[in-house]
Design a protein around this ligand. Structure first.
Ligand code: DOR
Length: 452
């Protein structure tokens, strides 16, 4: 793996850059960490060659929502392991959630994460600051101080802001600071320590359910507050049909709201909670908050993605230890380790004809870049932009084996799944931060030939 900034000529790939409407076979030249030329045929004697014939070359992915766990939960993940997993997944920008210990509720806590990331990470880590002190929902943080420390958004993710008055004030401050609030929508009185989606499955299995209304009640409240305050609201991990409908209506009305959906809510349903044998009646790796919902919800989420109601796909990468998951369903932690399976499972939607590859790429690149106001430099292959590039093979088949994850979190409901579509290389600021072994040996040879 070459971690140095290099001149690199990526030859003959299928370049897809939704930010500029580029969809063509051609060369891409990068030098000194920047994109120099996109498309056409490049003759360069100096640059190292990479033959991308048959591969997709696109802007690298941006994750608006992940949990890197550091500081405080280094047994689950560290910035080093989490960002390595991100690079394997094709991501070079990750926005990390504030539910660490201590939480990211002060400028010094944010500065510490940034310092650690600058040492340990090969990809960009953009911290998200807490809305309330200690994420307790009682008192606002010094949001201006957090903005100055460099947070890209505010969120108490993992927990909602229960008080409408506090949320109103948070929205007012975030509006004045020009940053979005990433909203974990959950009415805790309604979710009431539920475990899985409330519906047929919870009734059949005798498990306490989390109704769709627990999410939708708060989506509705916060859309009303966004209208009142004219603040930018971004709804995290949308999981229900009703939420999509509320957001669609609000956007039509001109309320400044965006939304994200996770790969697991787009590809799995509540049935996935069932285990493989009577000895293992439930799969705790499918326990996530919000819970996996119904087929109808999944269909409406995909429709919302296609019609622009949902701007972005975000992993909600939530790594946990084996002990956190190797227990009864009631006790198991909520969350899915998502970086390393994101593209593989999302490509199933492309192969099934649910969304186009270009749409999928836009939801992972320019669209999330817009949410954090970084679309000038991120999620694009514009000449002069930092060379953040992902190369993927849409047809490469592979089997998920969580034991091989770079993430400490082996908690995936996709273990053993066969996926078609794989990240082959990830370039961050002109550095190759991940390359698949097969591409390394075949494509990055001195003469740059790839033998199929
Ligand atoms: O499943 C989840 N896990 N949902 C959240 O909102 C938080 C996350 C975590 O931090 O583990």
């Amino acid at each position: 793996m070459n971690k140095e900034v290099i001149s690199l000529l990526i030859r003959g790939g299928h370049i897809i850059d939704p930010s500029q409407g580029i969809d063509q076979v051609g060369d891409l030249l990068i030098a000194e960490g920047k994109i120099v030329q996109v498309g056409g045929t490049v003759i360069s004697s100096k640059a190292q060659n990479l033959d991308a014939t048959g591969l997709i070359v696109c802007p690298s992915f941006i994750d608006l929502h992940c949990h890197l766990r550091e500081p405080g939960f280094e047994d689950k993940e560290t910035i080093a392991t989490g960002t390595k997993a991100a690079a394997i997944g094709g991501f070079t920008t990750v926005c990390c959630m504030a539910n660490t210990n201590p939480p990211l509720d002060s400028p010094s806590a944010v500065a510490r994460v940034k310092r650690k990331a600058s040492k340990d990470s090969l990809v960009a880590v953009l911290p998200i600051g807490c809305i309330t002190k200690g994420r307790k929902g009682e008192e606002l943080t010094d949001m201006a101080g957090l903005a100055e420390a460099g947070v890209v958004a505010f969120s108490d993710d993992g927990d909602p802001v229960a008080s409408s008055q506090l949320m109103r004030r948070a929205l007012e401050y975030s509006r004045d600071l020009g940053l979005p609030i990433i909203d974990h929508c959950e009415d805790k009185a309604l979710s009431d320590n539920g475990i899985i989606n409330e519906g047929q499955m919870s009734a059949k299995l005798g498990l306490k359910g989390i109704p769709a209304a627990a999410e939708e009640v708060m989506v509705a409240r916060d859309l009303i507050l966004a209208k009142l305050t004219k603040a930018r609201l971004h709804i995290a991990h949308v999981s229900t049909k009703g939420s999509v409908e509320l957001i669609r209506r609000a956007r039509k009305e001109g309320i400044p709201v965006t939304a994200e959906v996770t790969p697991h809510h787009l590809t799995l349903t509540e049935e996935r909670i069932a285990g493989e044998s009577p000895n293992k009646p439930f799969d705790t790796n499918a326990k996530v908050n919000p819970p996996l919902r119904t087929k109808e919800d999944v269909q409406v989420l995909i429709k919302g993605l296609k019609d622009g109601t949902i701007a972005a796909i975000a992993t909600d990468h939530a790594p946990h230890t084996l002990a956190d998951k190797n227990c009864g369903l009631e006790l198991a932690a909520f969350g899915i380790s998502g970086f390393e399976t994101a593209l593989g499972c999302l490509m199933s939607l492309v192969h099934q004809g649910e969304i186009s590859l270009t749409q999928l790429i836009s939801k992972l690149t320019c669209e999330p870049a817009k949410v954090i106001g970084r679309n000038d430099e991120l999620g694009t292959l514009k000449t002069g932009a930092p060379a953040n590039i992902t190369i993927l093979d849409p047809d490469r088949e592979w089997i998920v084996n969580s034991r091989n994850f770079a993430s400490k979190g082996k908690n995936t409901p996709y273990d053993g799944y066969q996926f078609k579509g794989k990240v082959m290389a990830t370039i961050a600021n002109g550095r190759i931060v991940y390359v698949d072994d097969s591409l390394l040996s075949l494509a990055l040879s001195p003469e740059g030939r790839r033998h199929k």
